[in-house]
Write a protein that binds this ligand. Structure first.
Ligand code: DP6
Length: 315
C-alpha cells in the first residue's frame, strides 16, 4: 500500500428517497432512488499506511480514540479491504459541509474512504464497483461516488453487485439547493434504525415502493424535459410520503420540529405568490430547498440564513 492522494466525494440530496432495506447486512434497498450531488460540499480523505496494529483516525484535524464510534465505523469498513494482510492506516477525514447546514456526512464519508482505499491499494476499480463497495458503508454513499444527478439502481442479486449508483447524462445549470437548518432540541433516531422501524411496524410502508417507482419515473421525465415544476413537485411529494410512513411507525417517528413546519408553510406561501420553490427533507428536522437561479433573491429574502449550492454551477 502507498499513501493515497487526498480524495473527495460530495454529499448528495435524494429527490426520490432510499427508505427501507431488503437486506440489512449489505444495505440493499427496497426501492431505487435518485439524488443530486452537492458539487464541492462533502468529504476529503487521505490514507497513509502506518506501522501499527490499529488504524489512526483523524476527523477535521483532531485525532480520535480507537474506541470512538467514528473510528470503529471507519476501521470496520477498511476491514472489508484488509483481507488477511495486517495493514493499517492513518485516516485523515475532513468534512467541508458547513456545520450550520445540518447535513449528514456518512454518504460523502464512505464514498471518499472507498476512493482513497482504491487509490492506496492500487485497486483501479471501475466506478460502479466503487459504488457497490461504498454502499456497504452506508446505502446513500453509493450515490456520492458520482457527480450531478445519480440513480441508485436497486438491483436483484443477493450479493448486491447490481445495486449501485449510475450517473445520469444530464445537467441543470440553473438548479439551486438551499440548506435550511432547523435546530433540533433532541437527538433524532438515525436513518438506519428509523428505516428499520418503519419497515417493521408501519402498514403504510406497503405503499412506499409504488410511490417511489412512480416518482423515479417522473423525475427522469422532469430531468429530460428540464421541467422544474415537475422536479420540485415530485421531490416534495416523495419526501412527504416517506415522512408519512415514518409517522405511521410505532413508536412514531416524527422528525419535524415546529420550525420545520413553519419553513414548509413559508415555502407554500411563496408558491402561492408565484415563486417556484419546493423542499425535500431527510431523517431530520432540516429542509433542503429546490429552486432556480432566477428566484434566488426572492427565496433568500424569506430564508436569510440559507446556505446555497449550485450542483452544476462550476461546470
Ligand atoms: C432519508 O444511507 O444513511 O437520507 O444505508 O443505513 O447507512 P444506511 O442509511 P442512509 O439512509 C439515508 C436515508 C435518507 C434518504 C436518502 O438519502 O435517500
Amino acid at each position: 500500500a502507498k499513501a493515497s492522494s487526498e480524495l473527495f466525494a460530495p454529499s448528495n440530496i435524494a429527490l426520490c428517497k432510499y427508505w427501507g432495506k431488503r437486506d440489512r447486512s449489505f444495505n440493499l434497498p427496497v426501492n431505487a432512488s435518485l439524488s443530486v450531488s452537492l458539487d464541492y460540499l462533502g468529504t476529503h480523505t487521505r490514507l497513509t499506511p502506518i506501522d501499527a496494529e490499529v488504524d489512526e483516525v483523524w476527523l477535521n484535524g483532531q485525532q480520535l480514540l480507537p474506541s470512538a464510534k467514528f473510528s470503529q465505523k471507519v476501521s470496520a469498513f477498511i476491514d472489508l479491504f484488509r483481507r488477511q494482510q495486517d495493514l493499517y492506516f492513518r485516516v485523515e477525514t475532513r468534512n467541508n459541509i458547513p456545520t450550520a447546514a445540518g447535513l449528514a456526512s456518512s454518504a460523502s464519508g464512505f464514498a471518499a474512504l472507498t476512493l482513497a482505499l482504491n487509490d492506496a491499494l492500487g485497486l483501479d476499480l471501475e466506478p460502479q464497483l466503487l459504488s457497490v463497495l461504498a454502499r456497504h458503508g452506508s446505502g446513500s454513499a453509493c450515490r456520492s461516488v458520482f457527480d450531478g444527478f445519480v440513480e441508485w439502481r436497486m438491483g436483484q442479486r443477493e450479493d448486491g453487485l447490481d445495486s449501485h449508483g449510475i450517473a445520469l447524462d444530464a445537467e441543470w445549470p440553473d438548479l439551486c439547493i438551499g440548506l435550511a437548518k432547523v435546530d433540533a432540541g433532541e437527538k433524532a433516531v438515525d436513518s438506519r434504525s428509523g428505516m428499520q422501524r418503519t419497515v417493521e411496524t408501519a402498514h403504510l410502508y406497503q405503499s412506499w415502493p409504488l410511490q417511489a417507482a412512480a416518482d423515479l419515473e417522473k423525475l427522469h421525465q422532469a430531468i429530460a424535459r428540464q421541467d422544474f415544476e415537475l422536479l420540485g413537485q415530485t421531490a416534495e411529494q416523495n419526501a412527504l410520503s416517506m415522512h408519512a410512513t415514518m409517522i405511521a411507525s410505532w413508536p412514531p417517528l416524527l422528525y419535524w420540529q415546529p420550525e420545520s413546519v413553519a419553513a414548509m408553510q413559508t415555502v407554500w406561501t411563496l408558491r402561492r405568490h408565484g415563486v417556484p420553490v419546493y423542499f425535500t427533507m431527510d431523517a431530520g428536522p432540516n429542509l433542503k430547498l429546490l429552486f432556480e437561479q432566477q428566484c434566488r433573491d426572492e427565496v433568500l429574502r424569506h430564508f436569510p440564513d440559507l446556505e446555497t449550492v449550485e450542483p452544476f454551477g462550476s461546470r
